[in-house]
Design a protein around this ligand. Structure first.
Ligand SMILES: Cc1cc2nc3c(=O)[nH]c(=O)nc-3n(C[C@H](O)[C@H](O)[C@H](O)COP(=O)(O)O)c2cc1C
Length: 206
């Protein structure tokens, strides 16, 4: 029997949107036969900021049992899917901080030859989802990673319309993760597992 493809889903989420999409991706990848590590980036915000926002406090409590991402998760994985809310059209500092701890592994070439992909969410429909994913993907090029975006590889991708990665508009918490976003998440997870498995069996991923 062949070894299952190893997927790390590494995300930051303040108010739970990205956490919800991360679970959908993890679940789908497991159903597709991958071994999955669902990991969250450590919080950097002060406790009073978290406590001042009920949705943020609730998500912090709900995800307290999800292990924190570590550099070992990156070494272990054949494929990594990063998730981040948009922050002024950019990657959230909490996820960026995790990525910035990986310099040693980058220098050893241990982040190269893996499959990478990303997902995001924003408050508004033109609030910077594409710029966030493209900013995230800058890092993938530095890693020597193999970027696997969903594109329009499935007809259902015309439903969410974002070829760069799964994305959701949360409308300030008024629009929970819906079927359109879940479908996009499933397409992305299945595609990443499929490509990583093919590369793995060809001896490309490490
Ligand atoms: C500091 C900060 C900056 C944000 N910047 C943007 C932005 O540029 N565009 C946007 O549409 N939403 C922005 N948002 C909203 C979040 O990206 C959005 O609510 C996201 O879905 C939250 O994901 P989460 O529930 O996983 O934390 C910002 C939120 C915060 C706290």
């Amino acid at each position: 029997m062949s070894t299952p493809t190893k997927l790390a889903v590494i995300y930051y989420s303040a108010t739970g949107t990205i956490a919800e999409i991360a679970k959908e991706i993890a679940r789908t990848a497991e159903q597709a036969g991958a071994e999955v590590r669902l990991r969250r980036a450590a919080e950097l915000a002060p406790q009073e900021a978290i406590d001042s926002n009920p949705a943020w406090a609730a998500n912090a409590a709900a995800t307290a049992g999800t292990p924190l991402a570590t550099p070992d998760d990156m070494v272990w994985a054949d494929a990594v899917i990063f998730g981040t809310p948009t922050r002024y059209g950019n990657v959230a500092s909490q996820l960026k901080q995790f990525i910035d701890t990986l310099g040693g592994l980058w220098a050893e070439g241990k982040l190269a030859d893996k499959v990478y992909s990303g997902f995001t969410s924003s408050a508004t429909s033109h609030g910077g989802q594409e710029s966030t994913l493209l900013a995230l993907y800058n890092t993938v090029h530095h890693f020597g990673g193999i970027l696997v975006a969903p594109g329009y590889t499935d007809p259902a991708k015309f439903g969410d319309g974002n070829p760069y990665g799964t994305s959701h508009v949360d409308a300030q918490g008024n629009n929970p993760v819906d079927d359109t976003t879940r479908t996009a998440a499933r397409i992305q997870a299945e595609r990443v597992v499929k490509v990583a498995t093919a590369l793995n069996s060809g001896g490309v991923t490490n």
